[in-house]
Design a protein around this ligand. Structure first.
Ligand SMILES: Nc1nc2c(ncn2[C@@H]2O[C@H](COP(=O)(O)OP(=O)(O)OP(=O)(O)O)[C@@H](O)[C@H]2O)c(=O)[nH]1
Ligand SMILES: [Mg+2]
Length: 435
C-alpha cells in the first residue's frame, strides 16, 4: 500500500483546476493550513451519567442506519467538492480540552464530594464527545468509494494509492471508538468516587488518558485532512459540457496545444511526463463554453506495466464522455519513435472507438527540416501502412505547429466542429434517458 506523501499538490504556478501526483522535479510539495470544522449535521449518541454509570439517551437503531446506507445512491461527479472540512488534530484536541474544562457541575448539588464527582464525570464526557463527534462526522460523510462515479474512484486509487483512502477512514473510526470507550470508562470511575479528592484524581487521570490515546493516533486525522485537500483540488468536470481530451505519447506537444486552444495553462517542457496529472481548461467558441483536459503521455507497453500517470489518462478515456484530440509527433523530437506511436495509436483507437476523434500531427515546423531515420524502429508487419503514417500521420490528420502557428486556424475550426458533434451526442443521450 502506497503512502500518499508524494501525491499532494504543487502549491504554485498552476491553477487550482490541476491535480498532480508529484511536481516535475519529482519532489512532493506539501503545505498544511489549518482549516476549521463546519459540521452541519452532527449525528452522535449522547449519554447521561446516573448512579455512576453511563446511559445512552439517543440510540440510533441498526434499522435506521441500514436505511440510510441503502438510500445513498451512486454519486454523480462532484463528490470531492462536498467532502466535510477536516480540522487539524491539534485543533480538535485543543478545542476539546478547552470546552471540557469549562463544564460545571449540575446545579443544586450541595454535597462537595458529590458535586466534584458530578463535575469530573461531566468534564470527561464532554472531552470524549468533543473528540468523537467530529471524527464520526468525517467517517460518515466521506463517501464510500464504491458509491462514487468510476472516474472519481479511479482518481482516488491512482492519486492516493490503492486502499489508502479506506484505510485512513477505518483508522479514524477506530480512534473514535477508543476515545469513546476510554472516556466512558473514566467518566464512570469518576462518578463512583467516594471523596472529593478521589474524584479530582480520577478526573485528571481520565483527561490525561484520553489525551494520550488521541496523541498516539492523531496523525490519521491529519492524513484525512491531506486526503480531503488533495481530492478537493482535483479538477471539476461537468459531464453535460462537451470535453476535448488531448492524448498521445509523452512530449509530443499536447500541453502546448492545450495552451493555444484554451484557458488551461499547463507546464511545457522538453522532457517526457511533464504533465503529471489531469488539467482542465476551457475553450470559448461562438459564446459556447467547452472543456479541455490535458493528460499524461502514453508509452507503448501493456496495461499492467503502465505507471499511475498513464492509468489516469486511460481512466479519463474509459469513464468520461470526451472527444479525443490525438497528437502525433513525427519529427523525432519527442523520444517515442513513429512506429511506437503508431502502435499506441492503433491500440487506443480500437479500444476507445466510441469516442469522437481528431488526429493532429504536431511540430510541423520541424518536419520540413529534419526527415527522421530511426535505427531503433522494429520492422513492422504492415510496412506500407507504417511508411504512410511516418510521412503524414493517420488519414485526415491536420498538420500544426505551435512555433509557426501553422495549421492552428484549421485546427480551431475542426475542434469546434468536433465539440458541436459532442454536444449533439450528449443531448441525444440525455433525451434518450428522459424517454
Ligand atoms: N518546434 C516545435 N516544438 C514544439 C511544438 N509544440 C511543442 N513543442 C515543444 O515540444 C516539447 C514538449 O511539449 P509539451 O507541450 O510539453 O508536450 P506534452 O505532450 O504535453 O509532454 P508531456 O506532458 O511530457 O507528455 C516542448 O519543448 C515544446 O516547446 C511545435 O509546434 N514546434
Ligand atoms: Mg504535457
Amino acid at each position: 500500500m502506497k503512502a500518499p506523501s508524494s501525491l499532494f499538490l504543487k502549491g504554485h504556478v498552476l491553477p487550482s483546476s490541476i491535480f498532480l501526483l508529484r511536481n516535475s522535479k519529482g519532489t512532493p510539495n506539501v503545505k498544511m493550513h489549518p482549516i476549521w470544522c463546519l459540521c452541519k449535521a452532527i449525528q452522535t449518541n449522547s449519554y447521561e451519567i446516573s448512579n455512576g454509570s453511563y446511559h445512552p439517551t439517543v440510540q440510533q437503531t441498526t434499522e435506521k442506519k441500514t436505511m440510510e446506507k441503502l438510500s445513498r445512491k451512486v454519486e454523480s461527479i462532484g463528490a470531492f467538492q462536498k467532502l466535510p472540512i477536516v480540522m487539524p488534530s491539534i485543533d480538535i484536541i485543543g478545542s476539546a480540552l478547552r470546552k471540557a474544562r469549562k463544564v460545571s457541575p449540575t446545579k443544586g448539588i450541595a454535597n462537595i464530594a458529590k458535586r466534584e464527582k458530578n463535575k469530573g464525570a461531566k468534564q470527561l464526557d464532554a472531552l470524549m464527545k468533543e473528540i468523537a463527534v467530529p471524527l464520526r462526522t468525517y467517517v460518515e460523510n466521506f463517501p464510500n468509494k464504491m458509491h462514487l462515479h468510476p472516474y472519481e474512484r479511479s482518481l482516488i486509487e491512482l492519486t492516493l494509492g490503492d486502499g489508502y483512502y479506506e484505510m485512513v477512514l477505518r483508522k479514524v473510526d477506530s480512534l473514535r471508538k477508543r476515545v469513546v470507550s476510554v472516556g466512558k470508562e473514566h467518566a464512570s470511575l469518576c462518578a463512583k468516587s467516594s471523596s472529593k479528592r478521589e474524584a479530582e484524581e480520577r478526573l485528571n487521570e481520565g483527561l490525561k488518558k484520553i489525551e494520550e490515546i488521541f496523541a498516539q493516533e492523531r496523525k490519521v486525522v491529519d492524513d484525512l485532512l491531506g486526503i480531503a485537500k488533495t481530492l478537493r483540488a482535483m479538477p471539476v468536470i461537468n459531464l453535460e459540457t462537451p470535453t476535448l481530451c488531448l492524448v498521445g505519447a509523452p512530449n509530443v506537444g499536447k500541453s502546448s496545444l492545450v495552451h493555444v486552444l484554451s484557458t488551461g495553462k499547463p507546464e511545457i517542457c522538453n522532457y517526457p511526463f511533464t504533465t503529471r496529472g489531469i488539467l482542465m481548461g476551457h475553450i470559448i467558441l461562438n459564446f459556447q463554453k467547452f472543456q479541455v483536459t490535458d493528460t499524461p503521455g502514453l508509452l507503448r507497453r501493456h496495461d499492467e506495466d503502465r505507471n499511475n500517470l498513464e492509468k489516469l489518462t486511460l481512466a479519463v478515456l474509459s469513464h468520461l464522455p470526451t472527444a479525443v484530440l490525438y497528437v502525433h509527433d513525427l519529427s523525432g523530437e519527442c523520444g517515442t519513435s513513429p512506429s511506437d506511436q503508431f502502435s499506441i495509436y492503433k491500440e487506443l483507437r480500437e479500444r476507445f472507438n466510441g469516442h469522437l476523434w481528431l488526429d493532429v500531427v504536431s511540430k510541423s515546423d520541424l518536419l520540413k527540416t529534419s526527415p527522421v531515420v530511426y535505427a531503433t524502429d522494429e520492422p513492422h508487419p504492415s510496412q506500407l501502412e507504417l511508411e504512410k503514417y511516418r510521412k503524414s500521420g493517420p488519414n485526415g490528420a491536420i498538420n500544426v505547429s505551435v512555433k509557426t502557428q501553422g495549421g492552428l486556424h484549421e485546427l480551431k475550426q475542426r475542434v469546434h466542429e468536433l465539440l458541436n458533434l459532442q454536444m449533439a451526442k450528449i443531448n441525444d443521450i440525455s433525451n434518450n434517458q428522459e424517454k
